[in-house]
Design a protein around this ligand. Structure first.
Ligand SMILES: Cc1ncc(COP(=O)(O)O)c(C=O)c1O
Length: 354
């Protein structure tokens, strides 16, 4: 087939790299997910067994869920757009702000979908790398670059995937004030950190916050996320999103989780934070270099043995995320913090391999 049939983007695009051949026996330390499904899944499934109007289009405004999210975020429903996932939220952001050749700034190493979704929508990526070793933001260069290239968007991932690093509110406020950009703060891992900039939405109209039910709500398989922004931006997001983009089953489950599982979420997060400390301690004891993390994963430097260790773990049905050949992450892997039993199993396997 002639390549010219395809759009310019499709001519060059490569599919996102996922782990292949995943089976139910595998222990998943590769995807930053929680170890258990939400507590209210059973209650949800029982209710659906009794009444499940899946033949109908459901409420396209997601009014009940938006109200529950507004309560959870302590903000107003007029500031929330429901999306089919955090990744779809990124596509909506790109479509809302990016014209072909518009510049957006990412700070690698960071979540790769920021670049993928913006480039897919014609944007041109500018990199302002995080400072090596500490993974702190280079705020002066970031602001200067945003002005020099007249960037439209800046992405800040807080905590950052894959480093687990966090960024103080004062730095984010400086960027909001001095950059002339829309600043997207990805708070998908916020619960494991405990701090948010949601309250800044009333102070800065160029702030957009990205959220997902995948991590804190243990709902990665359901594909549901949301954006929080001032009502003017939110109206645009609402126009750009698919009118029926989210499955009834997914948003109903999200409603159940926010209605019934808030305490469960708090307990899960506390368990993950405890295990994060233990896993860091155990990995350090094994001679691995771990970076300080405020998320539900650890970036671990395994040096020249990274690929071999990933393969040996996989042979034992344990998956970790190999980042070792990526620029800025040479020799590193990312390990999700899971349940105490699973983490113990991982440590035992690593001990044997090392
Ligand atoms: C930083 C960050 N943002 C957004 C997402 C998207 O999450 P999802 O598409 O599962 O909602 C992820 C997923 O891993 C992530 O790590």
């Amino acid at each position: 087939m002639k390549n010219t049939y395809f759009s310019k983007i499709a001519q060059t695009i490569e599919p996102y790299q996922w782990e292949e051949g995943i089976t139910e026996q595998m222990l998943r330390f590769d995807a930053n997910t929680l170890p258990f499904p939400p507590k209210s899944v059973e209650r949800f499934l029982n209710a659906m067994a009794k009444r499940c109007p899946i033949n109908e289009y459901a409420d396209p405004t997601y009014a009940t869920l938006k109200k529950l999210i507004a309560d959870y975020e302590q903000t107003d429903v007029s500031m929330i757009t429901i999306t089919n996932s955090g990744d779809e939220a990124l596509d909506i952001i790109a479509k809302t702000f990016i014209n072909p050749q518009d510049k957006f700034i990412v700070q690698p190493p960071t979540y790769e979908m920021f670049s993928i979704q913006c480039e897919m929508n014609g944007g041109k990526q500018i990199e302002v790398p995080l400072i090596p070793k500490t993974f702190a933001m280079d705020v002066n260069t970031l602001i200067e670059t945003s002005k020099n290239v007249t960037a439209k968007l800046i992405f800040i991932c807080n905590p950052n995937n894959p480093t687990g690093t966090t960024y103080p509110q004062a730095e984010i406020e400086r960027i909001l004030t001095e950059s002339n950009c829309i600043v997207v703060v990805d708070e998908v891992y916020r619960e494991f950190y405990g701090k948010s900039v949601v309250q800044l939405l009333t102070k800065y109209d160029n702030l957009v916050i990205l959220r997902s039910f995948s991590k804190f709500a243990a709902m990665a398989g359901a594909r549901i996320g949301y954006l929080i922004s001032n009502p003017t931006i939110n109206n645009k997001f609402d126009g750009i999103r698919l009118p029926m983009g989210v499955s009834y089953l997914s948003y109903k489950l999200a409603e159940y989780v926010l209605q019934f599982d808030k305490n469960w979420i708090v307990k899960q997060v506390q368990m993950i934070i405890r295990e994060r400390e233990r896993l860091t301690y155990e990995l350090t004891k094994l001679g691995c270099i771990t970076y300080p993390s405020q998320a539900n994963f650890l970036l671990v430097d395994l040096g020249g043995r990274a690929q071999e260790i990933c393969k040996k773990l996989r042979d034992n049905n344990i998956l970790i995320r190999d980042r070792s050949t990526k620029k800025y992450l040479e020799g590193c892997v990312r390990i999700t913090v899971r349940s105490p039993e699973e983490n113990t199993k991982l440590i035992a396997n690593l001990k044997q391999i090392l």
